[in-house]
Ligand binder design. Structure first.
Ligand SMILES: Nc1ncnc2c1ncn2[C@@H]1O[C@H](COP(=O)(O)OP(=O)(O)OP(=O)(O)O)[C@@H](O)[C@H]1O
Length: 465
């Protein structure tokens, strides 16, 4: 086996900067950052997107498949029957309402279930059926005659682990002999006992405690190792180290399965280093574009000027629902208070809210109970709110150095083909710096951002047409 541990330990992953403690409730990390740029915690975003996603996302995007192992089965399956699953598992799948495999499933499952086992690194956007695919592989590999953990599945947070466990429990509902256990905070085991469950789903800290520190099971006997949300796991300092330590304990025969909605280049490079001879499957994400978006900028003196611009726009045209992006929580709260006092129904979504609170805010906004959603970069990628027609950048998106953040701009304003309705984007500018950012964005996308005079009602009315 490659000495990947050494390579991994020597390797510096540039993105190792998020310090997330999986065994702490997410909300406790978000205190008093009102004046700083509000940024999304990737694990929380994953959870939010997962819970928000209702049903399978069908995509026509192309697949990129690379195989290092010439023995890998390259064929795909169009039915679950063709996978020759245990009848109980097939029954579980149908009971969940799945009739045919999704695109990632039809491509990945033959490899996931192949004998001898094949390693895999898979990428496919949220909601395309990844969890169902690897859970099916996990359940299929269990030998119920053996009473020790055979499958480990790691998630970045407690909540994500629970979500995966729930899918496993539903899919395995007709396999009563398969035993599953959560390795997460709050779960305690007697030091002198042994873990007998077949599948362990949990966070890296607890898994290490049980497997390495307390030696409650033999890591060498694990046959399948799943890293869910692999991008978050690899790019998060604490998790990265813990995953490496777990990985180090596994046998070279253990099947390695990495799943994620996105992989940065460094993360993918790292994944390829530690997973030997992987089949790599990437379902390209549907690209967002600015094609149907009319973009404007408004010159303002300061924050009050920006507020007046918004007021003028609301005074002239009727706006269904709008999202307004601010840089900090403080600005978001200030703006929300002002708009509320002026009679608007406003919701605020920022990083100080727990995932549950964010879900509640989004649910209310989606159902039209509030007409304005004021938010920060916490709401960025992966969350489509179809009915929004106007997006206002109260503050333009910038990176830590204050340079234009074109990618975030695209995620805020852009629409995918599926939601390709037309939209309006308004950028509020206050000074040379933000004008320069605006020009950089315009140049980057080669799409005009037109001047809008919000003191002129005729000008404003034009944007509504
Ligand atoms: N073959 C299928 N047929 C119908 N529905 C499916 C199928 N596979 C998965 N689903 C459903 O589609 C939704 C998304 O699936 P899943 O959670 O597996 O996607 P995912 O790619 O893992 O998403 P995320 O990246 O958010 O974890 C779930 O509600 C799931 O029950």
């Amino acid at each position: 086996m490659t000495d990947w541990v050494k390579i991994a330990e020597d390797q510096e992953v540039p993105k190792l900067k998020i310090n997330l403690n999986a065994d702490e409730p997410a909300a406790t990390t978000a205190a008093s950052k009102d004046n700083e740029p509000d940024v999304a915690d990737p694990a929380e975003t994953s959870l939010l997107i997962k819970i928000l996603g209702k049903g399978l996302v069908n995509t026509n995007q192309s697949l990129d498949i690379q195989q290092k192992n010439p023995n890998s089965p390259l064929h795909s399956v169009k039915t679950f029957e063709a996978l020759h699953l245990k009848p109980e598992l097939l029954k579980g799948i149908y009971a969940m309402g799945f009739n045919t495999p999704s695109k990632i499933q039809e491509t990945a499952l033959p490899t996931l279930l192949a004998d001898p086992p094949q390693n895999m690194i898979a990428q496919s956007q949220s909601g395309t059926g990844k969890t169902a695919a690897f859970v099916l592989a996990m359940l299929s590999r269990v030998n119920v005659a053996l009473d020790h953990p055979q499958v480990l599945c790691l998630s970045p947070t407690y909540e994500l682990a629970i979500q995966t466990g729930e899918v496993a429990a539903r899919m395995g509902q007709f396999c009563p002999d398969i035993k599953l256990r959560f390795a997460v905070r709050g779960e305690e085991v007697d030091r002198n006992s042994k873990i007998t469950e077949h599948i362990l789903i949990g966070t890296p800290g607890k898994m290490l405690d049980w497997g390495l520190k307390m030696r409650l099971f033999d890591m060498k006997k694990v046959r399948v190792f799943v890293l869910d949300e692999a991008d978050v796991m690899i790019a998060t300092q604490g998790h990265h180290d813990q995953c490496i330590r777990i990985h180090k304990m596994l046998s070279s025969q253990c099947q390695m399965l990495f799943f994620s909605a996105t992989y940065d280049k460094e993360v993918m490079d790292f994944a390829r280093l530690i997973v030997s001879e992987p089949t790599i499957i990437r379902l390209m994400r549907e690209e967002e574009s600015l094609d149907n978006i009319k973009q404007y900028y408004v010159n303002c003196k300061n924050e009050d000027g920006k507020y007046n611009a918004i007021q003028n726009i609301y005074g002239c045209i009727s706006i269904g629902q709008a999202i307004i992006f601010c840089h900090t929580r403080k600005t978001a709260a200030w703006l929300a208070a002002k708009m509320t006092a002026d009679g608007h129904s406003v919701a605020v979504l920022s990083g100080d809210l727990t995932v549950e609170q964010r879900l509640a805010v989004l649910d209310r906004f989606r159902s039209g109970q509030e007409k304005v959603l004021i938010t920060t970069n916490v709401l960025s990628r992966g969350i489509d709110i179809e009915q929004v027609t106007i997006v206002v950048n109260f503050d333009l998106p910038v990176d830590l150095r204050g340079n234009a953040d074109c990618e975030t701009y695209l995620h805020r304003i852009g629409r995918t083909g599926r939601f390709g309705k037309s939209g309006i984007a308004i950028n509020l500018i206050d000074g040379e710096k933000s004008m320069a950012v605006c020009r950089t964005i315009e140049k980057h996308f080669q799409k005009d951002i037109t001047y809008l005079n919000t003191d002129n009602a005729d000008d404003i009315e034009k944007i509504g047409n």
